[in-house]
Structures are given as structure tokens and as C-alpha cells.
Design a binder for this molecule. Structure first.
Ligand code: DOR
Ligand code: ZN
Length: 350
């Protein structure tokens, strides 16, 4: 097979994923672990993961749910609340349990009710995290209902992120799942301690996808997909080779009934097609040679971790994506349901 029809990459990692818990965890975990060696696991469970003990127990449940042959390591995160104890966060980091801590502005998204009502409440925690170089992962949207939902990321930069970085200039920050040109520009201009993850869906869809011929709940996620100009800015950033931008799927499964509802949940389950979807984007942009940096190198460098020792292969072959997956936990519709993609994950290279 000639080189253009095959890609060999250092095994990638997913720097932002929702693995859920219980039967949903058992349903989805291997879809991430089949490709990704490590994943930063979001803590927005019910109840949220706010203690070292809870993170250890959750890590055990994840490892029990994953096929051990896949060689997967979950990297755990702490869910920040208004009254979280800086000592607990620092202890979790020192003990190798918390890789990072996650800021959810209260009520910004799924299971964020216990999140932070005012970033100033975190001053002591952020001071501590800055001093131990522990990454802060940010859901970057204001929750002010007078701000248009499509503007909440850009306004968050002005009102929260820029002032916070001015107060903690050495804080290591990942601006998660960025969706706007403003976020690309902010991260590009910031110091090397500021990076961003970009999802496959924000590279592939704009906001029209949610309304194509009717309401399309399976394209509803937060932050929302934005206008086409923003999608194009994200594609340029992801494929630029700039090490500040790296892979984070934000794969966020919800049962069909919870998506197809009068008040549907936000989240796109892209784990079964994530690396294939990124490959398609990089191919379309003429940047396949930069996929390995984005998927496998920039993330570990940012987190100060080694890159993975093994390699995986992608082949340019049709991949028919099922309309839905049926699990004991219920049915879940994947990203790209019913479509045929042009790249297929072909396993580890030995
Ligand atoms: O679309 C989303 N789904 N965005 C989030 O921030 C949370 C996630 C989830 O947990 O379902
Ligand atoms: Zn997320």
C-alpha cells in the first residue's frame, strides 16, 4: 500500500473525554481505549469527582471496564467547586491521582451544577496549582443568560480567562474544546503555558448542522458549534503544527432517549470514529503529515509526559458508521451515524 493510503502514527492520546460510569462506562470505554493509550477523564459524574478517594475509585471502575489487552491508562481530574480544598487537590496531584483539575462554571453544561459560581472563589486553589504546575482545564463559557449562547466562549475570554491569566501568569491552562476564532487567537497569542484541545465535531460541523431540515439533537453539544468562519479557524489551528493545539475528543455519550427529547442533553459521542474523523480533516487540509503532532505529540509535551512508545496504523478504506449502537445500557447514536468515512483505524503496528 503506498504511503498516501496508509498512515503510521505514534499511538495517540485523548486529552478530554467523558467515560461516564456504571453500564454506560462499560458500554463506551473500549471505544476510546481501542485507539487512545491515555485519556484525560472528565469528572462530571453524579456526584462529581471532588476527592482523591473518589478519583481512585473511579479509576478502578474504568480499568475494570476496559479490555486489559488494549493497554489503556485513564488520567483522572478533579472537579473544582467553590469550596474545594487546595490541600486535597495538591495531595491528589502529588500522589499521581489527579493529573489536572477541571473548571466548570456552575450550570454551564451537563452535571455542572456543583461547579464554580465565581472564579475569584478559586484564588487559593489556582495559586497552589500554579506553584505545583498542575494544569487547569477550562470549560470556557460564561453562564450569563443575557449573553447570546453563541457568544459565551468569546465573552468568557474577556471576562474570565484573560483576567485570571493576568493574575496567575504561570498557571498551566488548557482551554478545552475551543469553538471560536477568538479562542484560537487568544491561545496563539498567550504564553507557552496556555494550550487548547479541539474536538473532531467542531472541525467537521458548523452550527447549521443542528438545524438541517429539522432539529438535529445529535449535533447538539456545548460549547455549541459556531459559524463556518470559526470552524475554518479551528481547522487552520489544528493543522498548523502549532504545539499549543492538540487532540481532545470531548466524546460525550448520552442515551438516545436523553438526546431525542423536549430538553435534550448536550454531547456528541464520537469515540467510535474520532481518530478517523481527525484523519479526514487533516487529509482535506493537505496536512496528514501534521496529524501525528496534533494527535500524539503536542498533548504529552504540554502535560510534561512522555509520548507513547507504540505506533498505530490508519488506512484509507471505507468505514461505514452504524446508525446506532445497542448496549445493555441502551442505544447511543455515534457522530457520523449512517455515513461512510474514508479512513479506518487498523490497529497497533508491531
Ligand atoms: O456537550 C457537552 N457534553 N459538553 C460538555 O461540556 C459536557 C458534556 C457532557 O458531559 O455530556
Ligand atoms: Zn467535555
Amino acid at each position: 500500500m503506498n504511503a498516501a493510503n496508509e498512515l503510521v502514527l505514534i499511538r495517540p492520546d485523548d486529552w478530554h473525554v467523558h467515560l461516564r460510569d456504571g453500564d454506560l462506562l462499560r458500554a463506551v470505554a473500549d471505544h476510546t481505549a481501542r485507539v487512545f493509550a491515555r485519556a484525560i477523564v472528565m469528572p462530571n459524574l453524579k456526584p462529581p469527582v471532588t476527592t482523591v478517594a473518589a478519583a481512585r475509585a473511579y479509576r478502578e471502575r474504568i480499568l475494570a471496564a476496559v479490555d486489559p489487552a488494549l493497554g489503556f491508562t485513564p488520567l483522572m481530574t478533579a472537579y473544582l467547586t467553590d469550596d474545594i480544598d487546595p490541600d486535597e487537590i495538591a495531595r491528589g496531584h502529588a500522589e499521581g491521582v489527579f493529573t489536572a483539575a477541571k473548571l466548570y462554571p456552575a450550570n454551564a453544561t451537563t452535571n455542572s451544577a456543583a461547579g464554580v459560581t465565581d472564579i475569584r472563589r478559586l484564588d487559593r486553589v489556582l495559586e497552589r496549582m500554579q506553584s505545583i504546575d498542575m494544569p487547569l482545564l477550562v470549560h470556557g463559557e460564561v453562564v450569563d443568560h443575557t449573553v447570546d449562547v453563541f457568544d459565551r466562549e468569546a465573552v468568557f475570554i474577556e471576562r474570565v480567562l484573560a483576567p485570571t491569566l493576568a493574575r496567575f501568569p504561570a498557571l498551566r491552562v488548557v482551554f478545552e474544546h475551543i469553538t471560536t476564532r477568538q479562542a484560537v487567537e487568544f491561545v496563539t497569542a498567550a504564553g507557552p503555558n496556555v494550550g487548547a484541545t479541539i474536538t473532531p465535531h467542531h472541525l467537521e460541523i458548523n452550527r447549521n448542522a443542528m438545524f438541517e431540515g429539522g432539529i438535529r439533537p445529535h449535533f447538539y453539544c456545548l460549547p455549541l458549534a459556531k459559524r463556518e468562519a470559526h470552524r475554518l479557524a479551528l481547522r487552520r489551528a489544528a493543522t498548523s503544527g502549532n504545539p499549543k493545539f492538540f487532540l481532545g475528543t470531548d466524546s460525550a455519550p448520552h442515551r438516545v432517549a436523553d438526546k431525542e427529547s423536549a430538553c435534550g442533553c448536550a454531547g456528541i459521542w464520537n469515540a467510535p470514529v474520532a481518530i478517523e474523523s481527525y484523519a479526514r480533516v487533516f487529509d482535506e487540509e493537505g496536512a496528514l503529515d501534521r496529524l501525528e503532532g496534533f494527535a500524539s505529540i503536542h498533548g504529552p509535551r504540554f502535560y510534561g509526559l512522555p509520548v507513547n512508545a507504540t505506533r498505530v496504523r490508519l488506512v484509507r478504506e471505507p468505514l461505514a458508521v452504524p446508525e446506532r449502537y445497542t448496549f445493555d445500557a441502551g442505544e447511543i447514536v455515534p457522530f457520523h451515524a449512517g455515513r461512510t468515512l474514508g479512513w479506518r483505524y487498523a490497529g497497533a503496528v508491531d
